[in-house]
Write a protein that binds this ligand. Structure first.
Ligand code: BJW
Ligand code: ZN
Length: 252
């Protein structure tokens, strides 16, 4: 595989675009060994995410849900960012108006060196009290499997992620929408496009004139909204893409 699989339009935008926005989903971390949600064998292959990733499920059985997040926190701590994460972190250093929007809660973009990441669905390393909203860092969580209680008020501590039926953080969603509306190139990477409002961003970018490209080994449910689909893993495609980008930016 090489850069000849990119369209002429994509080549020319990699050389000249002043503003780029990227949306990532679980697929960008798949090559690090983090299971996606909806692929076969993924985190939700036995359950419907809409039925379990919500606050009612947590209230019904907080210990079970907490244990599930402890398992994922430990899994994530044991993996490394992959070449896709690293390529996106480098891209940010080569262009001033670059916005990385992620639905992922795994912190792998940040560990690869990306800064100022727009986290639409929160971060698994943060938790907070359901009663007084006090935040708790991963480092301060007790080792027990049972859901912890707040040191200030005794309330239930929950993961700092966005579940179904909950609002996305206002400022983050606004930053994501603004970036989609002003960019010239929008990359939608490793997301099934099943979950809104994140799945609206590629369409929004397109309506505002951006060239919209999907990177995913399998066409997503929003592939029809793209100008171009590159059907290959992001850990392979992104380093090639950043190679083209780096060569044109450094020689300019
Ligand atoms: C590779 C690869 C490789 C594999 N390289 N790729 C409009 C219309 C209809 C419904 C709604 C709507 N607006 C809102 C809703 C309701 C709801 C929703 O979207 N429902 C849908 C199911 C229809 N949305 C919400 O409730 C959101 N809140 C909201 O909108 O508030 C306002 C409101 C409230 C109530 C009513 C109406 C409005 C909140 C959504 C929160 C999502 N939370 C989760 C869990 C986070 C915590 C946790 O991690 O546990 O976020 S669900 C889960 O899905 C997680 C993900 O971020 C999200 C997206 O998944 P993602 O990343 O796309 O992963 P997968 O597994 O689906 O796909 C992986 C892809 O990677 C695949 O395509 C593979 O092919 C690919 N891949 N290997 C590149 N190597
Ligand atoms: Zn509290």
């Amino acid at each position: 595989m090489d850069a000849s699989l990119f369209s002429d339009r994509l080549h020319s935008l990699l050389e000249r675009a002043d503003s780029i926005a990227v949306l990532t989903g679980a697929g960008v971390s798949a090559e690090s060994g983090v299971p996606t949600f909806r692929d076969p064998g993924g985190l939700w292959s036995r359950f419907k995410p809409e039925e379990l990733a919500n606050v009612d499920a947590f209230m019904r059985n907080p210990d079970l849900v907490w244990e599930w997040y402890t398992y994922r926190r430990e899994l994530i701590a044991g993996v490394q960012p992959n070449p896709g994460h690293v390529a996106l972190a480098e891209m940010q250093t080569l262009i001033p108006d670059f916005t990385l929007v992620t639905q992922n809660v795994d912190n792998l973009h940040q560990r690869a060196g990306s800064t100022d990441v727009v986290e639409l669905h929160g971060n698994i390393e943060r938790s907070f009290c359901m009663d007084c909203r006090a935040t708790v860092d991963k480092i301060d969580l007790p080792a027990s499997k049972a859901v912890p209680r707040c040191a200030h008020c005794g309330g239930l501590i929950r993961p700092g992620v966005v579940w179904f039926g909950e609002m996305l953080p206002d400022a983050q969603l606004r930053r994501a929408s603004d970036a989609a509306a002003r960019c010239q190139l929008f990359l939608s990477i490793g997301t099934s496009g099943e979950v809104y409002p994140a799945a609206q961003l590629p369409g929004l970018a397109r309506e505002h004139g951006a060239w919209v490209v999907e990177i995913n080994p399998r066409p997503s449910s929003i592939a029809h909204r793209m100008h171009e689909c590159i059907e290959a893993p992001s850990g392979v495609v992104l380093p090639l893409l950043v190679d083209v980008f780096r060569r044109s930016r450094l020689s300019a």
